[in-house]
Design a protein around this ligand. Structure first.
Ligand code: PEP
Ligand code: MG
Length: 591
């Protein structure tokens, strides 16, 4: 449907690269109905009719959610069904119904207005402020989602998004239910105002291999209308609204080149081990958030799962998953990997990630608060069930357990004690399960030699290491340029960890986003790393990158980086040496 507005010049909007790829197409704006219905005061004799409209809308919205649930149950996002069930329960919530009824009967608001006002009232009850914890934010989001569905049903539009033609979905945020429903629709790309690279939309988009730009400057929705043409560049995190034919042509050509290039890389080298030009082996593993990503990781040529972010089992729920539930998921992942190593990271809940299952009170500095292993050790029963599910999964393949956000030795020892308890309660007889830790807190990186005596392996988490060492919030868009893994302080911390691991002969991997940057990967090999774990999408490019360099070259560059005094100097050094040789990879093209 073309926009009726006069043509406007192309506008570039900056966001965060959420999922790689380029798409061109018309926009469908999701969730803009709240702003468009007319705020009508009704007469006394219309009250019953408006109440009947609400009752009918509830039934339509329910039927639509049931239909989506049935559709996704068999698909790759089958587990999202639980979220849809929670929405169904909310649609029948008497608390919400009483509010809507009062607003229609007493305040004489039309049905749409009453639903939106009730939604605002309920979300206000949750309080406000930007230090809200994730639980509150998720519950608010659920109320808004359910009420949006009701308004859509009242307006006679499909309560859940239904796309028949390929389109770019633009929204303030995309709920898990919407994403689940979109699994089988012709979605060209996602663009959202909210979110970061690690937010739900970005992760689901990567799992579905759909380009996405998230965290776009507001007021994006006010600017865009259904039918507007856009170019979505999920590599650079950029959208071009009203692109000229030349911009479109260029974007389409780039998308085509990229897909041909990555298909070529996937096809050619999938099962070949990664080897530098001088014949040194480097292990390339994949990071996953959802079990559905295992097939993508295998397809991309990953040799194992270097980081499974198990906290995604805790998303959008108010009680932690049971041992049985977790075991079923872990078992599926481990079996699919068919003997290849799977590193299960114990839940890294808190900070910027899904605290809902624990109903934690808000904190001034959540990234420095009750998070990851700190939280796990405060809820030993929940943690024990989590560890037991992992131990049981170890019977099905090569399972390793990794502890996130370790700061002190005592934390490692306590986890090991709980793991022993889990094994003995289960009567576990299998091979010894290796226990490693994330090195992502500067304190742990500095005394890595001490930790090396206590664990079986290290995996360096540069996303948090950069956040904590450089004091830059990893979710801040404004400070993103300061958060460089090429900062000499970070390079030296990594060097220290690699040396500590080598001295005790324990493996050291790196699973932060630095590993999936071609220049970062070269630097890391030069610093001595021989195992990198990354988003599955990046595996083919990094395999190809490393096949074009020798270890001697990497080491020379790493030496230069260790002596450099700024992040810019390190990047210039690497780019100056490698940009020509890696041009096709850095630009995602085959030219
Ligand atoms: C990291 O911090 O680098 C990491 C890999 O963990 P996450 O991004 O899940 O915090
Ligand atoms: Mg981390």
């Amino acid at each position: 449907m073309p926009s009726s507005r006069p043509p406007r010049p192309p506008t570039v909007i900056q966001g965060i690269a959420g999922s790689p790829g380029v798409a061109v197409g018309p926009v469908v704006v999701l969730g803009d109905l709240r702003a468009t219905f007319s705020h009508r005061q009704i007469k006394g004799d219309e009250v019953e009719a408006e109440l009947a409209r609400v009752a009918l809308a509830v039934e339509i919205a329910k039927a639509s959610l049931v239909e989506v649930g049935e559709r996704v149950a068999q698909g790759p996002l089958g587990e999202s069904r639980a979220i849809l069930d929670a929405y169904l329960a909310m649609l029948g919530d008497p608390f919400l119904h009483e509010k809507v009824e009062r607003l229609i009967r007493k305040d004489r608001l039309c049905a749409e207005w009453a639903v939106v006002s009730a939604s605002d009232e309920v979300t206000r009850l949750f309080g406000s402020g930007h230090n809200e914890d994730a639980y509150i934010q998720e519950r608010k989001h659920d109320v808004v989602f359910v009420c949006d569905r009701l308004v859509r049903a009242l307006a006679g539009t499909e309560p859940t998004l239904s796309l028949t033609e390929p389109a770019v979905v633009v929204a303030r945020d995309v709920s898990p239910a919407d994403t689940a429903a979109m699994g089988e629709m012709p979605v060209l790309a996602f663009v959202t105002e909210r979110g970061s690279r690690t937010s739900h939309t970005a992760i689901m988009a990567r799992a579905l291999e759909i380009p996405a730009v998230v965290g776009v400057e507001s007021p994006l929705l006010g600017e865009l209308r259904t039918g507007d043409q856009v170019v979505v560049d999920g590599f650079r995190g950029v959208i071009v609204v009203n692109p000229t034919p030349l911009i479109i042509e260029d974007a389409l050509a780039r998308a085509k080149r990229h897909s041909a290039f990555s298909q070529g890389l996937r096809g050619g080298g999938r099962d070949r081990p990664t080897m530098t030009a001088c014949g040194e082996l480097v292990r390339i593993d994949a990071n996953i958030e959802l079990p559905e990503e295992v097939s993508v990781a295998i397809e991309a040529g990953a040799q194992g799962i270097g980081l499974y972010r198990t906290e995604f089992l805790y998303v959008n729920r108010n009680v932690p998953p049971t041992e049985e539930e977790q075991y079923a998921v872990f078992q599926r992942v481990v079996e699919q990997m068919d003997g290849r190593p799977v590193t299960l990271r114990t839940f890294d809940v808190g900070g910027d990630k899904f605290a809902s299952a624990f109903a934690l009170p808000p904190e001034m500095n959540p990234a420095l608060g009750l998070r990851a292993v700190r939280l796990a050790l405060r809820v030993p029963d929940v943690f024990l069930a989590h560890l037991k599910a992992m131990v049981r999964a170890a019977a099905h393949g090569d399972v390793r357990i990794m502890i996130p956000m370790v700061t002190s030795l005592e934390e490692v020892r306590q986890v090991k004690r709980l793991l022993l308890q889990a094994e003995s309660e289960l009567g576990y007889q299998g091979p010894r399960i290796r226990v490693g830790m994330m090195v992502e807190v500067p304190a742990a990186a500095v005394i890595a030699d001490v930790f090396a005596r206590e664990v079986d392996f290290f995996s360096i988490g540069t996303n948090d290491l950069v956040q904590y060492a450089l004091a830059v919030d990893r979710t801040s868009r404004k400070l993103a340029t300061l958060a460089s893994p090429f900062d000499p302080a970070i390079v030296r911390l990594i060097d220290n960890v690699v040396r500590a691991g080598a001295a005790r002969n324990i493996p050291v991997a790196l699973c932060g986003a630095m590993a999936q940057d071609p220049l970062g990967a070269v630097l890391l090999v030069g610093l001595g790393l021989r195992c990198l774990s990354m988003g599955a999408g990046a595996v083919p490019e990094i395999k190809e990158t490393l096949s074009r360099v020798t270890v001697a070259e990497c080491e020379r560059l790493a030496q230069g980086a260790l002596e450099a005094d700024t992040a810019e100097a390190v990047e210039e050094l690497l780019a100056g040496e490698l940009a020509g040789r890696l041009l096709d990879i850095l630009t995602g093209s085959v030219e």
